[in-house]
Every structure is written in structure tokens, then in C-alpha cells.
Design a protein. Sequence first.
Length: 409
Amino acid sequence: MSGYKIEHQCPQCGAPAILEETDRLFKCAYCRVQSYLLRKNYFRYILPSNAPAGKELFYVPYWRFKGMLFSSAGNTIHHRFIDASHQAIGSNSFPISVGLRSQTLKLKFVLPKTKGLFLRPTQPFEKAMQIFKDRFNTGLPRPIYHQAHIGETLSMIYSPFYVDKKLMDGILNRPIVHNVPKNFDIADLPSKHPDDHIRFIAAICPGCGWNLDGQRDSLVLTCSNCQSAWRPGTGELRRLKISHIATKSKNAVYLPFWRIKADIPDIDLATYADLIRLANLPKVIEKSWETTKFHFWSLGFKVRHKDFLRLSRGMTLSQPDGSLIREMPADRLQPVTLPVTEAVESMKIILASFAKPAQKILPRLNNITMKPKSFLLVYIPFIEKHHDLVNTELNMSINKTVLSFAGNL
């Protein structure tokens, strides 16, 4: 599924630019300056209007969710990809969604200078998300013990309308209803111009002033000069702890994983020995494993939903114990495209994927408390083969084509 195309301007020289939905690191084709895009909570876009000149436009808000939905239902885990939108004002006078328009039309960011009347969202995103879940849960077995939406892209899309004896679609210039609803007055609907929600900052290392490196969709930028890594914070870049496991291979690609330490008071899962017992792994428990700390491992990059669960489960069961080197690897890096918040969201689904017996653990899943205590970004080496990236020590592989299409997720 392709993402948005967004019309914008270079924050330095004002040159026109077309951004992809997932773009964060922007390099202007004219002035060559690199900037990094920061957001406040979620992005807000407007669809382009084709309304005749002089029409007073108003914009109706729509929640849009794009991501993976994992459901622990019955005795297994179901997963699917969702890309859906839903009206955010609960009105019967306007279309319930924007349909495919967000994928076929070029959007623009809503800025303080954007003209028009913007209707204020009155339906919280949680209500729209529940509607999405209800729609996609129809075919799932019951009971549904737990659901997690991971890799999500949450945004709000404003669609243009105007009144010309009838309620008119501001894109097609066609009536959406044959007559204006009785007693309809746009002034009666609550309105509020969206807050300023985006900010571009220079992609320069806050530590040493060197240019930062990354791909267009990178959520973590790296500095080759001072060997540091940075992730977006509130209006600024924040330093991130990183490590990697070394390899002697000269043909390695380093994939990013989030390693999370969490307190789980409701079940015994504090050590590697606890993991072996809970997952019923065919291993003889060594004494040292009773004090070896357990960590969840979750992907730091986007892949298809079935590969996300397979790789996160496999890495968590493997519990990589190689010596961690507290610096950036020198080889190729796969960009980080999933934030640590998504890794935290995935912990219960990862637990559900390996815990035995399932019939005892799954009914308790929603009531199990998980308190993240610390996290670390770890780069794991995978050796490039003809079709796959392979780590033989962990007995894991991923098809290179899967990674190449991940930017569309």
C-alpha cells in the first residue's frame, strides 16, 4: 500500500518539495541543506480543493490509521495490515471516510497560515480505532484476549466542502446530499484552527556539530564523527544509547532491534531460565541462567506483519548473549523506522506467541502488567546472501525483498 504524497517547501530556501508520508530526513535538491522533520503528536493534512473562486471553504476532519493489527484470539495470534480513515465529527451529513483520495491526491500540511474554517474533531481517535477493530474483528474466533496496533501511522486529514444551495464536495464540486439538511448551519458546528504541529530542525549532531546520517524515513540519525545516535524528542533531538554485536564478516548488514527490560509481576519471567520454562524450550537449564536477565527483543524496522512477529519472537527466544560493543558498527545499517514505543506495545503479543500452555496464559493476557524499565537499541549483524540476510548463530533470516518493500508500510 503506497503512502501519501505531500507538497511542501524547503524550510531553508523555500523551494518546492514533494515528501513521502514516511519522510523525516529531508535534503533540498536546490540548496542541499539537510533538515529533520519533527511533529507534535500526529500530522495534520488537507486535501486539495477544486472549488470555484469565492466559495467559503470549510474542512471536515478524518482520522486515518495505517499499521499492523495483532489479535490474540482463540488459541493463536492473527495479524493483518490496516489502512483506513473515519470521520472525526460524527455527522451524518458528510462521507464516513476519505476513501482512496489520500493515496491519489497530493496533500499539504495544515499550517498556521492555511486559510479556511476547520471543524473541530469531536470524536476521539480511540472511538475511531474501536470502529476499525469491530470491522476487522468480524471473522476472528472468540474470545479475543488482547489486541495491539503496531507500526501505526496516525494522522488527521481535512477534506474540503462548501455550501452552494447544497452541501458540495470541494474536490469534485458535486453535491454530497441533494438538499442542505434542515436547520443546517456551518456556524453551529464547533471549529478550531489546528495547532502548529510540525517543525524542521537542522540535521546537525547536537554533540559535535557534524552532519547527521540517515535515510529519508529514519527515526534515528547517526553521527560518524562522534559515534552517537539521536532520536526525535519534543522539539529537539535526544541522544540514544546504542550497541552492536560484532562480526568478522565483511558482507554484513546491521539490523536494528529494541532490547527492553520490563518488570512483569504477574508471571515468572525475569530470567533466561524463566523463559525456558515458560516457553517449554528443549534445553537443560544451567545454573547461571537463573540469574541471567530476560529481555524482550522487538524489531526496530518495518516489515510485513507476519515477518514482524516471526522475527521478534525468534529474537526474544534466542536472547542474544554476544558481547555488546557500545558504539556504532562500521558496516551498513538498516534504518530505524519503528520507534521504541511500538516495541513496548508489542511485548504482550510476543509473550502470547511463545508462552505455554497457551490456554492458561492467553485468558490472563489483558490483566498481565508489564512495566518497561529500560531499553537499548542493538544492531545485529546479518550476512548478505543472494536472496536473504542470514544470521546463522541465531538461526534467523529475512528476505531482502521484504526489506525493500517495507517503505510502503
